[in-house]
Design a protein around this ligand. Structure first.
Ligand SMILES: Cc1ncc(COP(=O)(O)O)c(C=O)c1O
Length: 385
C-alpha cells in the first residue's frame, strides 16, 4: 500500500514557523534585549488584576453568555458612542471575543466563500491571510512603500473586482506605525460606497496614538460603519495580551452572521475577566491616559537613538517603531536582524516578513512597550552600531 503522509492534506501549505517564534527563540538563546514581539514587559494595573480575582472569588466561574457579559457590552457601547459618536446596540451589535484575532478570524469565516477576493494592505499583521485561505478566499495585495507607507487610493481602487468580498484595514498600523487620516477614510468610504464589500477594520491600537492626533475609527463614517466589523483588543489596551480578550462591533445584520460562527468556534469567552473589565472600563482614564504613557516611551526611545546611524519617521501610533538601517549595512533585513541578536544581543522583527514576496525595505521593527531599564539598554546597544 502507498504511504501518503497525513500532512499531504495541509490546508495551509505556505504557513511555516512564524518570524515571531524564530526571533523569540533566538533572542532567548542569546539572552538578547527583546524588542521584537508586540507585548509589554511590565505589569498591568493591580486594580484590574484585583477585579479579576474578586470576580473569581465571587463565583463568576461558569460560562458567560455567548455574545459576552451584557454589562461589558454596555460599557463598550458607551465608550464607542462617546469617542466616535456611533451607537451600537449592546444586545445585537457587540460581541466579546478571544482577542482581536478571534474576531478577525470569525468575521472572515462568516463571510468569505471559495473564490472570494479579500484586499489586504501590506505590510500586514500575519493573521489575515491564513484565515482568508482556510475559507477558500484569495488575498489580493496592495503593497505600501517605505518610508511613509501611505495608501495610494488609485492603486487600491484598481484591485477591486466583482469578486471582492472584503477589505481589511489596520489603523494605527502594525508594523509601520502610520495612521489612516480622515481624508484616507473618506477615500475608502467613497470607493466602497457603490459596492457591497464588507470592511474589516483592525483597530487594536486605537488607544496608542501620539502627538494629539485623532483615531479615525471606521465607526465614525456612516457608510463605512454600515459595512464594518470593527475589531479591538483589551490585551493591547490594558497590558494583558495573555488574557486574549477583545471585541467586535458591527451592524446587527452582519453581527448575526458573525455570531453563528462565534458560537461554534468558542461559544463564549473567559467570564471573570469580562466581569472585571466591565468595571474597569467604566473609568475612561484607564484607556485615554494610554496615549501619553506610550508617547513618553516612544519619545525616550527616539531621543536616545537620535545620534545613532538609524533613520526613522516617528511612529504616529501603535507601540512599534520602524528603523531604517541603510547607513549601517546593506544586508537583507533577516540577516541583520539575526546578527543583531547573536552579536549585539538585541532582537527586532525584520519587516520583509510582513511584505509581499518578503520584499526587503531595509527596516527593522522595534517594540517600545518595555520597561524604562529595557529601553535604556536597547538605546545603548543601538547607538553603538
Ligand atoms: C494589528 C494586529 N491585529 C490583531 C492583533 C491580535 O490582537 P489580540 O492579541 O487581541 O488577538 C495584533 C497583535 O499583535 C496586531 O498587532
Amino acid at each position: 500500500m502507498d504511504y501518503t503522509p497525513l500532512t499531504k492534506a495541509s490546508k495551509l501549505t505556505e504557513v511555516k514557523t512564524t518570524i515571531f517564534t524564530t526571533v523569540g527563540n533566538l533572542a532567548r538563546k542569546h539572552k538578547a534585549i527583546d524588542l521584537s514581539q508586540g507585548f509589554p514587559n511590565f505589569q498591568a494595573d493591580s486594580k484590574l488584576k484585583s477585579l479579576v480575582s474578586e470576580a473569581i472569588n465571587i463565583g463568576y466561574n461558569q460560562y458567560a453568555p455567548m455574545q459576552g457579559y451584557y454589562g461589558l457590552r454596555e460599557v463598550i457601547s458607551d465608550k464607542i458612542e462617546t469617542l466616535h459618536n456611533r451607537e451600537y446596540n449592546p444586545e445585537s451589535e457587540i460581541t466579546v471575543t478571544v482577542g482581536a484575532t478571534q474576531a478577525i478570524f470569525t468575521a472572515i469565516t462568516a463571510f468569505v466563500n471559495k473564490g472570494d477576493e479579500v484586499i489586504v494592505i501590506k505590510p500586514a499583521y500575519d493573521c489575515y491571510e491564513p484565515a482568508i485561505i482556510l475559507n477558500g478566499g484569495i488575498p489580493v495585495f496592495v503593497q505600501l512603500n517605505a518610508p511613509d507607507y501611505k495608501i495610494d487610493w488609485n492603486i487600491f481602487r484598481s484591485k477591486i473586482s466583482d469578486k471582492t468580498k472584503m477589505v481589511i484595514i489596520n489603523t494605527p498600523h502594525n508594523p509601520s506605525g502610520t495612521m489612516l487620516t480622515k481624508w484616507d477614510m473618506e477615500q475608502l468610504e467613497n470607493i466602497l460606497k457603490p459596492t457591497n464589500i464588507i470592511l474589516l477594520s483592525d483597530e487594536v491600537y486605537e488607544h496608542i496614538i501620539f502627538d494629539g492626533q485623532v483615531h479615525e475609527s471606521a465607526s465614525r463614517f456612516t457608510d463605512l460603519a454600515n459595512r464594518s466589523f470593527v475589531c479591538a483588543s483589551f490585551g493591547k489596551t490594558f497590558h494583558v495580551t495573555g488574557w486574549k480578550m477583545g471585541y467586535c462591533a458591527a451592524p446587527a445584520e452582519l453581527m448575526a452572521e458573525f455570531r453563528k460562527v462565534h458560537q461554534f468556534a468558542v461559544f463564549c469567552v473567559d467570564h471573570p475577566v469580562q466581569r472585571a473589565l466591565a468595571i474597569y472600563l467604566k473609568n475612561p482614564s484607564h484607556y485615554l491616559d494610554l496615549n501619553n504613557f506610550y508617547q513618553q516611551k516612544r519619545d525616550f526611545f527616539l531621543e536616545g537613538i537620535k545620534s545613532s546611524k538609524f533613520k526613522f519617521k516617528p511612529s504616529k501610533g501603535t507601540y512599534f517603531q520602524l528603523l531604517d538601517y541603510t547607513h549601517i549595512s546593506n544586508e537583507e533585513d533577516e540577516a541583520i536582524g539575526k546578527r543583531l541578536i547573536t552579536k549585539n544581543r538585541i532582537a527586532s522583527i525584520p519587516i520583509s516578513s510582513f511584505n509581499v514576496d518578503n520584499r526587503n525595505d531595509h527596516m527593522l521593527r522595534f517594540c517600545f512597550a518595555k520597561k524604562q531599564k529595557t529601553l535604556e539598554k536597547a538605546v545603548e546597544i543601538l547607538c553603538k552600531l
